[in-house]
Design a protein around this ligand. Structure first.
Ligand SMILES: Nc1ncnc2c1ncn2[C@@H]1O[C@H](COP(=O)(O)OP(=O)(O)OP(=O)(O)O)[C@@H](O)[C@H]1O
Length: 331
């Protein structure tokens, strides 16, 4: 039993491990989130996002290490109404109206938000009198969001919250998120929409095979991974000699008939390139978060080699998180 500490981080993973039989879903995770942060949790399918969320909500216990919310056990924080969650595949009860549902959920908490305010924040004030079973998938998703907000939680944990939302609903959703973090609430969301994470999170946490591979602001991560891609036609389908050694180049490859140089300094790379050869179809682009994500996850895979299991600690990589730390983008 943990004693609650004043001023403790909102969320703290300390050496957290979760094994499901032979599968290590979360691997020595050390992370802290503080009040007012809007954090995107990114990772490939099976990276360990949902498991991390389950540990955070006290739905599962770590095999080793600890996970604390507000300096205490996750269950205490959840039962005390400090946490609102929106999980995948959650189905709200039907046969009542949206307003009744939100009021009912709020009544279980010590200091709920007024129903009208919750519905407004979730962008569903117009659905207050509609019965839950009559709603569309996107509307239900927003109802789930309203349910997560009902108890006026300090921490919101949202597993793929925008998966069923149309463009307008997404924009409204992110506006609400910003309003909540401006009030000092902490929002943690997982998503596969990297552009959304880029635009709406002030901190990006990437995990791969249960391990932390990057943690920082989006711009910081993009900058560290490589700020741009210089691409040109691969004349005979091979990598021209010398291009991998041009200034700033981090990786060089030939893909779909194009040479692609991922570089930390696109200007210097381009100047060096035109001094070396005459590139055809030259294109210089700024790397996005997606590019950074693909680079980091492929680096993590290379570092870890074959799939890891808890029963085979010799194959656990030391390289992926520490390699990221060397590059300066883990906190
Ligand atoms: N209850 C369970 N029993 C056995 N293995 C599990 C269980 N839950 C998760 N796993 C395994 O743990 C790993 C991490 O799964 P998790 O659901 O956390 O990934 P995720 O990042 O949320 O993936 P996705 O983006 O596909 O939702 C996967 O290999 C998964 O198969």
């Amino acid at each position: 039993m943990t004693t609650k500490q004043a001023g403790a981080p909102v969320v703290a993973f300390r050496g957290a491990v979760k094994d499901y039989g032979a599968v290590r879903a979360v691997d020595a995770l050390d992370l802290e989130f503080t009040a007012g942060e809007r954090v995107a949790l990114l990772g490939r399918n099976g990276a360990g996002k949902s498991t991390s969320i389950a540990l955070m909500l006290g739905l599962d216990e770590p095999t080793a290490g600890t996970v604390e919310l507000f300096g205490g056990a996750p269950r205490d924080a959840v039962e005390g109404g400090r946490v609102g969650a929106m999980l995948q595949d959650f189905k709200p009860v039907s046969r009542i109206t949206v307003g009744e549902l939100v009021g009912f959920v709020g009544s279980a908490y010590p200091a709920p938000l007024p129903v009208a305010e919750v519905l407004e924040l979730a962008g569903i004030a117009h659905l207050a009198k509609r019965r839950v079973e009559k709603l569309s998938g996107g509307q239900i998703q927003r109802v789930c969001f309203a349910v997560a907000l009902a108890g006026d939680p300090d921490l919101l944990v949202l597993d793929e919250p925008t998966a069923a939302l149309d463009v307008q609903a997404r924009q409204e959703f992110w506006r609400s998120m910003r309003a909540l973090t401006d009030r000092g609430k902490t929002v943690l969301f997982s998503t596969h929409y990297l552009e959304e994470a880029d635009r709406n999170a002030d901190r990006i946490v990437m995990i791969d095979r249960g391990r932390l591979i990057a943690d920082g602001g989006s711009a910081e991560i993009k900058r560290t991974v490589g700020t741009g891609v210089v691409a040109f036609d691969a004349v005979d389908g091979t990598l021209p000699e010398g291009v991998a050694a041009l200034p700033g180049v981090r990786t060089a490859e030939v893909r779909d008939g194009r040479v692609r140089l991922r570089t930390t300094d696109p200007d210097a790379t381009t100047i060096g390139l035109v001094g070396l050869l005459t590139p055809r179809g030259l294109e210089v682009t700024q790397a996005g978060l997606e590019e950074a994500f693909l680079t980091l996850t492929s680096e993590a895979s290379e570092a870890s080699g074959a799939a890891r299991t808890s029963g085979n600690p010799a194959s656990v990589p030391a390289a992926s998180a520490s390699a990221s730390a060397e590059k300066g983008f883990t906190r």
